[in-house]
Write a new protein. Structure first.
Ligand code: B12
Length: 224
């Protein structure tokens, strides 16, 4: 039964048909599949398959990429309400696009993947001043500050991740938060994240989600 559901869900996602994806999910629940199985056996593998397709085919359709994450986030949010035991959220991320940068699609894909991986996400939007990343991370008790930047000057400039790192240092908050970055400039130069003072980077939404989950788990282990 599960194979049939996975196939139908993947087809709906491939067609970027959110309604069809939800119809598959609700039909599967009517047949007895649990909300937990839908998230962990259907939704997350679908993101993995889409990312694998994109890696194989650099011309893969952006709409499919985007909608896979969007549908994953929405299905996960609905399923969380139906989990038998309230799921333990792994941690919290504040995410935004660097000051001066209005590109939002990559960030939204990362958010979709994080939600499907049980990470709470606070979306600060686009064009976010560096001080706000830090203030919100403190106010929301996040573990991770995530800065998306699609342009070279917003990735490397003085008002992006570099400044966030400086503020963390000035306020003595470096032990409290990890800083992660992503976006096209980091894909072209895999060492760039270090020169802007970040603790990590990832090339796509799913790797971003997994890196952040590992980082939060590491922080929790260190705190024990
Ligand atoms: C779509 C797009 C736009 C759209 C944005 C719509 C939107 N709402 O996002 C619009 C039309 C608004 C736009 C505007 C501009 N754009 Co534009 N845009 C693009 C384009 C074609 C695609 C970007 C995109 O969405 N990629 C798809 C997503 C899925 O990929 P991604 O963002 O890299 O995200 C993935 C990973 O990087 C990672 N990731 C992303 N964020 C994060 C964060 C973290 C923490 C982690 C871990 C991972 C991670 O996971 C994501 C999901 O897998 C790129 C070209 C390109 N091929 O990259 C140019 C591009 C980025 N734009 C560019 C430019 C110059 C501009 C403009 C200045 C154009 C102009 N003259 O007005 C303006 C800038 C406006 C501004 N101030 O921001 C240049 C930047 C050049 C440079 N070297 O700096 C590019 C590279 C085009 C080019 N070749 O010249 N743009």
């Amino acid at each position: 039964m599960i194979d049939k559901i996975i196939k139908a869900y993947n087809e709906a996602v491939f067609e970027t048909d959110k309604e069809a994806a939800f119809a598959v999910v609700y039909a599967a629940m009517a047949e007895g599949l649990s909300a937990e199985d839908i998230v962990f056996k259907v939704v997350i593998p679908a993101i993995e398959e889409m990312m694998a397709n994109i890696t194989r085919d650099p011309d893969a359709n952006l709409a499919q990429h985007f909608m896979t994450a969007q549908i994953a986030a929405e299905v996960t949010e609905k399923m969380l309400e139906k989990f038998q035991q309230p799921p333990e959220m792994i941690g919290r991320v504040v995410i935004g696009t660097a000051a001066g940068d209005l590109h939002s699609l990559g960030k939204r894909i990362v958010m979709g993947c994080l939600k499907a991986l049980m990470v709470d996400v606070v979306d600060l939007g686009v064009n976010v001043p560096p001080e706000r990343f830090v203030d919100e991370a403190l106010a929301r008790e996040a573990q991770i500050i995530a800065v998306s930047a699609m342009m070279v000057h917003t990735a490397t400039g003085e008002n992006g991740a570099r400044r966030v790192r400086q503020i963390l240092r000035e306020r003595g908050l470096e032990d409290r938060f990890r800083l992660v970055v992503g976006g096209a400039p980091y894909r072209f130069d895999n060492e760039l994240y270090q020169s802007v003072g970040a603790d990590g980077w990832a090339a796509d939404g799913l790797s971003a989600g997994k890196m952040i989950v590992d980082m939060i788990r590491g922080m929790k282990r260190e705190a024990v």
